[in-house]
Design a protein around this ligand. Sequence first.
Ligand code: B3K
Ligand code: ZN
Length: 872
Amino acid sequence: MSGNPQRKYRADYAVPAYLIDTADLDFDIRDDHTAVRAVYGVRRNPESADTQQWRLDGRDMRFVSVAIDDRELSENEYRLTDDALVVDNPPERFTLTVENVIDPEHNLSLEGFYRSGDILCSQCEANGFSRITYFPDRPDVMARYTTRISADAKTFPVLLANGNCVDSGELDGGRHYAVFEDPFAKPCYLFAIVAGDLGVIQDSYTTTSGREVDLRLYTEHGNEDQCHHAMASLKQAMAWDEDTYGLEYDLDSYVTVAVGSFNMGAMENKGLNVFNTACIFARADTATDSDFALVRDVVAHEYFHNYTGNRVTCRDWFQLSLKEGLTVYREHQFAIDQGSPGVTRIRQVRTMREIQFPEDGGPRAHPVRPESYVEMNNFYTITVYEKGAEVIRMIAQMAGREAFLAAVRHYLDKHDGQAVTIEDFVVAMEESTGLDLEQFRRWYAQAGTPRVRVETAFDNGELALTLSQHTPATPGQNEKAEFDIPVEIALFDANGAPVREPEVLRLNTAEKTWTFDGFDAEPTVSALRGFTAPVRLEYDQSDAALARLMAHDSDPVCRWDAAQALYLKTLVADVGARCDGQAPVKAPDLLFDAIETLLDNPPADRELLAEMLTLPSEAMIGEQFEAIDVFAIDAARSALKQAIATRFAVRFEALAGEHAAQGAYVFNVAEAGRRRVLALALDYLAAIDAPGIVERAAALYDAADNMTDRMAALEALRDRSDPARDRVLDDFAATWADYPLVMDKWLRLQAMTRRDDSIERVRELLADSRFDFTNPNRIRALLGGFARGNRPGFHRTDGAGYALIADEILRLDALNPQLAAALAGILAPWRRHVAAQANGMYAALERLGAAELSDNTREIVDAGLERSGEAA
Ligand code: B3K
Ligand code: ZN
């Protein structure tokens, strides 16, 4: 907590005054504390002029002593503050020894060294290392680490740190020790240490050049059989990175530890990843198809960081997208190569539109490379990650596949072992590909989603296509210069046959016109194919043209998007009418005809069929309006769903029958697609209370051998007041009582239930013994599930939803500021809502603003209250 949080600026970067070549750490783990002794080999940085004093960051620990070259310093030779140890006039080259004591048992922030269940583990990125010992907690100070751990052998039989185990043995008093050496210099955010009584599964991987890598995955005993999919995914990722980028793993072992209490998904510590169990555990009966895909992709993502992030790291945290944007892009490529490329891309596009665009249009909008921050952990955003990946994707597209892969290798060779900037990356791309990225760099510097307008005129066999761009102002950035925007288009005739091959148009001015000729009739334009740029397309296409694209477009993204655009037309008109107190607007016949055509000629990829039949989310509908009315959106979406379900009830019955399970669960594209269609059909049938739907869903629940089908059944029953619903929910709770991650599904499902008393039910669950306020997965399931997944409940007109979230943010902020700040982000975009909702959200924010808050939550609340003025 601090009354006046410090804002850091990218422009203020200064090289470190001193460099640390070696860091020898000793952790003496005791019941009620851990004693840390750190010995650093230090030298003055020849590039720094600042040599008067040397600052080492350190927080929430007890300082014991500091010595230079074995001489303990007296109190007038150093200064201690709340967050630093400052040594005056250090010599040119010296050994610094610092001793301190930490308390992992009482560290609920889940940052630094802390306890998760029976495991002691660490989380250092972004600035957690300064909760472990005194050190310049910045990524451009890279050292070679040796770590010695000693602990009670019974309680902590497994001891782990980065690198190779070079020594281990027994000590007096039932204790033991292990020493690890990491041969690669690394920033302190990649440091990791683990101690616990752990189960393990083991495997090995032989790299192309013949290095045998020992693969180990640790978890609390009893969970080993939930880890095999993660292990298989790791080996897939290792092979993929060799085949695609020619990158081989560089250590003898790759160790992963799965812990139940973790603030995010996973952490790519060198050679010793720490994962949230939610991103490792996947067994057919406990995890859904989406969970299987998530595990696969997160495991791959962390593995890919070994090069993009670890071997070449960030100079400072403003450069975060250097590693995250690039690694997400690599993860996206990997996911696309695992099958169903079209649907995988559609999911990526949906994430951008439903989550990143709102961030870009709200009070927390910031460039992919932010200019300032108060708390770095608030900037692990969808913009830095996903928009950052889209920016890389545009470069890859401009370069072409092989040239891009070669450019990434050039970047990694050129900067191996260094801490660099986004600018260094862009220069390496230019050097290798020959592209001129001068204007393109604006994608890193300017926040906000560009709007690209498409206008066409057809005359005398000639189509004139005009693209224009405009980017709305974002906090701190009123004027936007033009972006360099690649827009892929293709043209189709009235029968849906292609009349012009796909081509990429480069819109790099405010407006540009292209002409295409030689047509007998006006062609249909398919624009932004594959989502070639992270922009909002404004194109008033006719219903007939959209129906044509929906039936024939060869690009799955545009085909799906045409369906979405058709749904949105009706939804937007209906929401508008409801807001104006007019009669609801019904869907046109053409929409039903288009759906019929789709059902008659479904795409071979069942997941694509399911995506195309899924209505735009509430978030996506909200994006179409200046002021979001949650209730009108909910009503319009339900009405359209019911209209479609009524019209096609027979077809949905048939789909459900045809897509029922034939054999035991397998996770692959075809089977996951089949299950998606089954779930979708049940969802439509449930929307109209189709005869027998309750029995059908309950029977599916009872018969299912897997969690995907079981969840589909539960979701179909979720909003009903029916004994069958309560029966399966109780059965679920009884069956999975010992599986906290499965119980998260139970919590989330109830939080998302659309009932008048959903807030009261969430309050009850907060007090339930199956909920745990100190565990982030439980919080995300119950409170995140409610505030994000139950909009009508959260925005209930009496304001009780806002009050509940504000209460819990205040309670949580005292324990886990990172998580509290993330929850506060839900209230920040109040301006996007209609007055009644906006006022309620604002009042909750004001209440938070008046309280004593962590810097993390303060930064988010101030942005929401528009008090920071520095969001860019
Ligand atoms: N680098 C970590 C995220 C760290 C978040 C710190 N608040 C995982 C990842 O992006 O791969
Ligand atoms: Zn990452």
